[in-house]
Design a protein around this ligand. Sequence first.
Ligand code: IMP
Length: 437
Amino acid sequence: MAIEVVLGCQWGDEGKGKVVQLLAQGADWVARFQGGANAGHTIFVGGRRLILHQIPSGIVEPRARCAIGNGVVLDPLALAEEIAGLEAIGIEVRPRLTISPFAHLVTPLHKAAERLGRQDRAIGTTGRGIGPAYAEKASRSGLRVEDLLDPGRLGEGLDALRLRLRSEHGLGDAALDEAVGSGREDIRSRLEAAGRTLAPLVGDVSALLLESDDRGERILCEGAQGALLDIDHGTYPFVTSSSTTIGGVCTGLGIPPRRIGRVVGVVKAYATRVGLGPFPTEMEPGEADRFRERAGEYGATTGRPRRCGWYDALLARRCCRINGVDELFVTKLDVLGGIGRLRLAVAYEGRPGEAPDAPPGEAGGRDWLSSMRLERARPRYRDFPGWRGDLQAAARFESLPPEARAYLAALSAETGVPIGHVSIGPGRDQVLAVTAG
Ligand code: IMP
């Protein structure tokens, strides 16, 4: 049986947690391959709202084993807390979770580096130390999970990182402690304690997944963030620091592309973005405020109000093509109920290049959509009449109002991918399989 992948195809916050929770039913493994505690996957278990940051959402499926791959940057202190929180409500975690020894570590020093480097303000990052941890990884000076298990190496690595931070920012020892919010020994002993907790969980994720696949078991890979936040293919520099697109699955877990059989692309029925960067279909402030309230669009990790806008089929199409998406999972359709006019961006006016209406890549490749160009892009919309009433009661796709089905049909056609499922409410069972249109 081939490996399945769930990927966000917008700017993150597409509702992947719920999608994974659904698809994880019957799965043998659910694996995270990139990102870290910047993710916030909201799921509902027994009427309780849970936000998972590092542990795969599949953990709520009692049969599934979960993996954190080498492509993740792991905050061991936050992970130990997340494990304790889940175990406190009766979800067994430790016997079912495997962590790659090659995942890089995020420590309080990395979070301080993010604040000192002002990336948090220039890009609107989540403050979880993601950028500095991936920067250390790429410059080959990072600390990995295997170092967490060796107090000597951990201490040396932390001291070297302290020295680099001090010299980069011209700080004395005490000033660094103040910027970090705790001292050298305190950080070290807390990390050593987390290392003792996590040591039994460390294992060869790549080998375990490949052996499981050899046995014909079901493996689900869970993306965090979305394609437009990808370090290469997103709206650089307003992106996260990892590969959120399909290639990240292979490098972040150690699995070959040919083992991947099905790619589910998750999109919201509209668009949101947290942090700075271009957002061509963003609503005007007053409209966005009203929309945010009705949609409850506040960051799961940071609580920040999300920027709100209309579905951008050009960008979604590009994300789906890069990821090789087989089917769309459209979330939060119910949120659009009661809005008189729904908008779908299908082209940009006045784009550079020869064919302003052409989908990206179809004007001889000369009208690529960089952040700079997207800042200037003016979307051209197709408008659709909305529907009245609550969708949440719909039992079948066919019983959705015709306006909702027409909107979805256009969304699918303009994105160039069929829709497999539509989510019409926060509950796990509020999902309709699409049988037509
Ligand atoms: P970082 O990942 O914390 O470095 O933040 C980089 C950018 O990605 C910022 O604009 C964040 O708001 C955004 N970002 C990171 N993680 C998420 C997420 O899980 N959902 C939505 N946006 C995110």
